[in-house]
Design a protein. Structure first.
Length: 697
């Protein structure tokens, strides 16, 4: 058996030897909004099965979007032996990332995507129409209470209109194209309570920038987020979209706002732009939305609650070069930090309200000497509306440089990138070192108003400073975080019996067991697991992959490990790039299970897609770190502890070198859908099996 899946720890217990809680379906509590939407789009569930965080489900999303990566997905789709997509109404192709690139190679790729879409009858939006996420919202593919995925990390944006949006990798996209389905593990859900009302001059961008900086210790890493608040209806939809968009940078897998009257009114007004005959946004769908506002049950469970008082916020700026650093604007303004480039582009803050807000700031002024201010609308529709409103001309008259509706400099493509030594301020979502140009530049993130003001003043500045007034002072932000106790859902581990056990398919192991080998580090990235120099070599043998596995982390890893060992590591294991070889090289060493405090999301998906088993048990890594706290440090250490996973009972037991039980813990149930994927050697094998069944039928 080559490998299996990622199961997240669902209990928090302080005791050293665990009496942990069952993850069987609880009977006494309701579902949160995330769980309810997944319930609607899950297929193949056992009768009367209610889904909760931790469960693995097969999902059939309402829609799946891919952009410039549609051609690589198409090649993977064809490589699976598929010829016709399962449901062409489910799929959307957009061209948005490299739209300024007019080389023959890029134009050929774009033409290939367009031709494939036409052949398959897929909805296709060409370069210049806009950013895919904006199109998904404008055209109603992402719609309140539906589940819409995209092969792009900012599909979280859809949560701003009450659609559960989450990213997938290319293999998932190819699977959906071929079968209509892929898998998802429902993550832990965090409630983010937005108390109070935003003061004048504070925007949705300030909310999410402050959240990223004030809660910057991975509090929401790999969580689904649900935003709540007594006055949340006062938040405009554009603010919600910005906040949901950047929950990606905060580390979350989704960011979901409630379905309320503000949202219904947004769609009612949208009809004025679209007319009554739109296939997805029309009188009928809006009336259904008005009368069926899906919401969390009163007794829904949340893993944690984070609270921030909006009334205590002032404008915030993120950076330099990290979303985990957020500084009150007043502090940066007093530092007189000169800017060289300013940006109002991307899926985060280039909607009509953003463009109008920036235009209001620059009206009657000119961009400061030595500053370049780049603007791009989120879509051609947004640009047309901005032109009709006069806002676009105002920005051009001030000296802004227009770019096509698309991604561009946000992802480091096209005109206007940051050069060595420059300082940029942007209304985009990411300011990672080197993302928007030179690694030796400084990138800051802020609201459209602050970006526009900075471009006029020539330094990071507030809108007040454009007209000679001082920047408003900072006040202390009120925030709290509460870890919610896991309620007792059924029996503890001692009472688990064979009658309680889940089913195991033929060919799937009932138990997985091995010695724990400690790789004692957090944030081991995919380059540490599988060196980048081998990533694009197509002729690397399985033996060579096994040899170089983890060599960038520890040169002695190969000599210290053997077949059937179990790796145990720290938090955020597998962070970094999306290379699938980070999973397959571990399998090449005949290591069938990786346990960690937590995993990078893309690594988790690549693991299951390639049939590698992973378990999240943060208590276990903490116990081992305590055990070796006074020992000489070793990058790779054999522990003498043995882990056994009883699959039907969903029970993990760890014994020390003397045979004493040191941890006994329930984990999430592994459903037959995931077992089938693993038995077939991964998602691609499962898709081929499904296609073969259809052909036979």
């Amino acid at each position: 058996m080559s490998g299996l899946v990622s199961l997240r720890n669902r209990s928090i217990q302080p005791s050293f030897i665990k009496r942990c809680l069952s993850t069987t379906t609880p009977l006494f509590r309701g579902q949160n909004l995330t769980e309810k939407i997944v319930q609607k789009y899950a297929v193949g569930l056992p009768p009367n099965k209610t889904v909760f965080s931790g469960d693995y489900v097969t999902i059939k999303p309402a829609h799946v979007m891919s952009h410039d990566n549609s051609w690589p997905v198409a090649l993977k789709f064809k490589g699976l032996g598929a010829k016709k997509v399962k449901d062409n109404r489910q799929i959307v192709n957009t061209l948005d990332h490299d739209v300024q690139n007019k080389t023959d190679k890029n134009l050929e790729k774009y033409k290939n995507i367009e031709n494939f879409a036409k052949e398959q009858g897929i909805d296709f939006y060409p370069a210049g129409r806009g950013i895919g996420h904006q199109i998904m919202i404008e055209e109603g593919y992402a719609f309140p209470s539906n589940l819409t995925v995209a092969s792009d990390s900012h599909s979280n944006t859809y949560g701003g209109i009450g659609s559960l949006g989450t990213p997938i990798v290319r293999t998932d996209a190819a699977s959906i194209w071929a079968t209509g389905q892929t898998w998802w593990q429902i993550p832990p859900v965090a409630k983010v309570e937005l108390k109070g009302t935003l003061p004048k001059g504070v925007t949705g961008k300030d909310v999410i920038v402050s959240l990223c900086g004030l809660f910057n210790n991975d509090e929401v890493l790999n969580h689904a987020i649900e935003f709540t608040g007594d006055e949340i209806e006062k938040l405009p939809i554009d603010y919600r979209l910005t906040i949901a968009n950047m929950t990606t940078e905060w580390g979350a897998l989704s960011g979901l706002f409630p379905i309320d009257d503000t949202l219904v009114n947004f769609y009612t007004n949208r009809l004025l732009r679209l007319g009554p005959n739109h296939p997805r946004i029309n009188n009928e769908t809006i009336e259904q939305l008005r009368n069926n506002k899906l919401k969390s049950d009163d007794d829904a469970y949340y893993a944690k609650t984070l609270t921030i008082d909006l009334s205590s916020l002032t404008p915030y700026v993120s950076g330099p070069n990290s979303v985990k650093i957020s500084t009150p604007l007043a502090k940066l303004s007093s530092d007189n930090l000169k800017v060289n480039k300013a940006y109002l582009v991307s899926c985060t803050n280039s909607r009509l309200s953003d463009i109008k807000a920036a235009a209001d700031i620059v009206k009657g002024h000119k961009i400061a000497e030595g500053v370049e201010f780049y603007i791009a609308a989120a879509s051609s529709e947004v640009q047309a509306d901005a032109e009709a409103a006069g806002a676009w001309k105002t920005l051009l008259d001030a000296g802004c440089t227009p770019l096509p509706a698309g991604c561009g400099p946000c992802i480091g493509l096209g005109t206007g990138l940051l050069e060595e030594g420059e300082v940029g301020i942007s209304a985009t979502n990411r300011n990672f070192k080197g993302r928007m140009g030179s690694r030796d530049a400084l990138a800051f993130l802020a609201s459209p108003e602050v970006v526009a003001a900075s471009a006029i003043v020539g330094k990071i500045a507030s809108p007040e400073e454009v007209n000679g007034s001082p920047c408003p002072p900072t006040v202390e932000v009120s925030k709290t975080i509460t870890l919610n106790e896991k309620p007792v859902e059924s029996s503890d581990v001692e009472s688990a019996s064979e009658e309680d056990a889940g089913s195991v398919l033929p060919g799937f192991p009932r138990e997985i067991e091995g010695e724990l080998v400690l790789c004692d580090a957090d944030n081991i990235n995919t380059d540490g697991i599988y060196p980048g120099k081998y990533t694009y070599q197509d002729d690397v043998s399985r033996e060579k992959m096994a040899e170089v596995c983890m060599e960038n982390y520890d040169q002695e890893f190969g000599s210290k490990t053997k077949a059937n060992d179990i790796i145990i590591s720290g938090f955020n294991f597998g962070t970094g790039s999306s290379r699938e070889q980070a999973a397959t090289c571990i399998l090449a060493r005949d290591i069938k299970l990786v346990v960690a405090g937590s995993f990078g999301n893309i690594f988790s998906r690549n693991s299951i897609n390639n049939a590698l088993l992973t378990l999240e048990i943060p208590d276990l890594i903490n116990m081992l770190r305590k055990k070796y706290a006074d020992s000489e440090p070793e990058l790779t250490r054999r522990t003498g502890w043995f882990l056994k996973w009883n699959v039907p009972k969903a029970l993990v037991t760890v014994k020390d070198s003397e045979g004493n039980v040191v941890l006994e813990q329930k984990v999430g149930e592994l459903g037959s859908n995931l077992q089938e994927i693993i038995i077939q050697g991964g998602l691609e094998g499962w898709v081929r099996s499904e296609l073969k069944k259809e052909a036979t039928a």
